[in-house]
Design a protein around this ligand. Structure first.
Ligand code: ASP
Length: 354
């Protein structure tokens, strides 16, 4: 009798092993294809155009439209690069170029004046994959300082170059140079005169008296953070610094770990605010460390660092994204020009506290 069952059991076993179980098939293939198909990974870009006294009551509808359009244009340029399979580094650089070329922001055209009535520009860029970075500080003739920062990263063994040397080096690589007058804007000059009247160094956007300096909220340091289809994160920041800053002063924006940081293991971050406090707290690196060593979320890490800055008496904000393309920001000012665009279709632009 038992000899009759042996072929039957064998046949049944063969049949079961050949038959595809739809449930098993789906659950075994979906995660593995999600892990190996790069096109299914989310890519995203988040930007800021400075933080400060940015209040709805101070903005005309025309100003709101102008900022919204420029921020959207910047986001679109970076997003397009990511969508076409380009690198996060290219995305943040080209996105920053759009904002540097606009007088709406305190970077490139529209940079603030220092106490000597000059423009000294700072910028930095970082690759979260290799931790390579490049920065320029105190440059006066480079139309797009972020392009010079990229050259420092790509073509030297250094991280930061400053002043005349940085300019001479950038020239060798065909970086566009301009006369100092290119950076002049009437509004910025008025802002300098007002700041000097009060003999005070002011954070860009921050009105000492909102009524008197109602236009201050129009300008800002710019930053961008992106993650590409390969999961590489990059961050970049460009600025004219702070109105009436002492000649030769360097802020946080060109300092890796202070104004800019990117690490594929954790996140990418770009900052804006009273630079000295972002240097003293190493704000963007601190954000990454809190994620890496304290297991805080991106949002918790940013909030923690902004609180540290606030406790010391500093103002400002940061935008960031993590290795899973989650977007977050945090600021302790009244507003921050900011926005993001993600491969899941989200496209957000905000100015005010909300
Ligand atoms: N962080 C910049 C600086 O201190 C200023 C700004 O963000 O507006 O130079």
């Amino acid at each position: 009798m038992k000899y009759f069952f042996y072929p039957l059991i064998l046949f049944t076993t063969l049949l079961l092993s050949c038959k595809k179980d739809p449930t098993t098939e789906q659950s075994s293939e979906k995660p593995s294809s999600a892990m190996t198909t790069s096109s299914e990974k989310h890519y995203a870009i988040v930007i800021h155009g400075g933080a400060g006294t940015i209040k709805k009551a101070n903005m005309t509808p025309e100003q709101e439209i102008a900022y919204k359009e420029k921020l959207q244009e910047a986001l679109n340029v970076g997003y397009q690069i990511l969508e076409n399979g380009g690198s996060a580094l290219d995305a943040v650089q080209k996105t920053i170029n759009i904002m540097e070329d606009s007088p709406l922001f305190n970077a490139g055209k529209g940079a603030v004046y220092n106490s000597a009535g000059e423009h000294e520009l700072d910028a930095s860029i970082m690759d979260g994959n290799t931790l390579n970075s490049g920065a320029v500080a105190g440059v006066k003739h480079i139309k797009n300082p972020i392009n010079a920062a990229r050259i420092v990263m790509d073509s030297t063994h250094h991280v930061m170059m400053a002043g005349q040397g940085a300019e001479d080096f950038a020239k060798l690589y065909g970086i566009e140079m301009v006369d100092v007058s290119y950076f002049d804007t009437e509004k910025r000059y008025e802002q300098l005169l007002k700041a000097q009247e009060r003999e005070k160094i002011v954070l860009d956007h921050t009105s000492m008296n909102t009524d008197e300096l109602i236009d201050d909220h129009k300008y800002g340091t710019v930053g961008a953070v992106a993650i590409d289809k390969n999961g590489n994160i990059a961050a970049a920041t460009s600025t004219g610094g702070m109105t009436n800053k002492k000649y030769g002063r360097v802020g946080d924006s060109p300092i890796i770990g202070a104004g800019t940081y990117a690490n594929n293991k954790t996140c990418g971050v770009s900052a804006t605010g009273t630079g000295e406090f972002f240097i003293r707290t190493l704000a963007t690196h601190e954000t990454s460390n809190l994620m890496q060593y304290k297991n805080l979320s991106l949002q918790e890490s940013l909030d923690n660092v902004i609180k540290q800055i606030g406790d010391l008496g500093g103002d400002g904000g940061m935008v960031a994204l993590d290795k899973d393309a989650n977007i977050a920001w945090s600021f302790n000012t009244e507003g921050m020009y900011r926005g993001y665009k993600k491969s899941n279709g989200e496209n957000v632009i905000k100015f005010y506290e909300e």
